[in-house]
Design a protein around this ligand. Sequence first.
Ligand SMILES: [Fe+2]
Length: 241
Amino acid sequence: MASSHKVTRRSFLGAATAAGIAVGAGLPLEALARTKENTAMEPKLVTVPESLPEKVFTTERVGISRKTHEEHLKLWQGYARKTNEIRTKLATLDTDPAKANQIFSDVRALKADYSFAYEGLINHNVYFDTIGGSGGPATGPIADRIGAAYGSFENWAKDLKATAIGARGWVFLAYDHAEKRVFNYLGDAQNTFPIWDHTLVLALDVYEHAYYLDFATARAKYVDAYMQVIDWNAVNARLPK
Ligand SMILES: [Fe+2]
């Protein structure tokens, strides 16, 4: 992204000195201005989750085991750590457009994998927040939204299950701000397939790591178990008012 702020000789000299660059060493003003931007940018880091909410382990009653969740936590933490690693590298990235390239370049590699890492974190934040409840038919405002969009809870549940079996990684129940309705979206990876102007209210992880220990390849049984442990209160808390 091009900088629009004005660099005066005075601010440039100050930045160069702060960056430990000998003034007059032959670097053009523009290059030194970039150095200032790059070195001045502090990355905002995410918090790495230390543990799972205790309610998550209540899913043992339907066969989604503690061991599965404990292993899953390590993956969740990995997304947070990699998000921070990429943010740290982006903070010092040389953003000279001449060095960007669509085949391979540092900016391309970092930004493509950033979306995988950060979406991975967000998806799991929502998954672990909205599991470990009493399940069953939706309650509260989300029940009305589901009814308006799908006709009935049963229709929605059928669509959710089909989407879960058709997906390679995720099902996302999200609220569409433009059309003012909810929809079950399908995701193959952490960062597919993004839809903007939505609020994610429920995320169902259907990667094998979420269920293989307990259900082997029987994903449909995992989805049936999941339906019994959705935390509708948490889903409602995420729904825009
Ligand atoms: Fe996962």
